[in-house]
Design a protein around this ligand. Sequence first.
Ligand code: ZN
Length: 160
Amino acid sequence: MSTMTVLHNPNKELRVVSEPVALDRLGSKEMKKLIKDLKDTMKEENGVGIAAPQVGVHDRVIIAELEDGTPTAFINPEITERAFKLVDSEEGCLSVPGCWGIVKRHRSVTVKAYTEDGTHVSLKANGLLAIIFQHEIDHLDGILFIDRATDLRKTGSSRI
Ligand code: ZN
């Protein structure tokens, strides 16, 4: 198990817009290592999602815990459809310790991405997974939940 240091706000690395991953890196040893390290780090921090820029890597790679609890990598993820309906989501962030808040998020989203083995997928997510995708893809664009949140406070239970 090899974990990486999670950067904390206001580290300016968190504000960098990450670059798309070149397709010839999909399935490479180097990409597999990054994904494994991100999964290990997420687990160590007891999170349900993490994005590469949170460890200072500006590749468009996120890990999301699926409904069955499996941490899964999504490379170059893009939201292609958003539900019109918004929901109030209680969120925290591994990069903003000790802070939680309410963020308006789309109730469901459709995401297209590459998986770890280079397969192109499109999936519709609801509930917590939809929130994780929106939160983690924001990280790839240098956006933190505190930019969008209302009612910031020092207690909460979210592990996003
Ligand atoms: Zn976060």
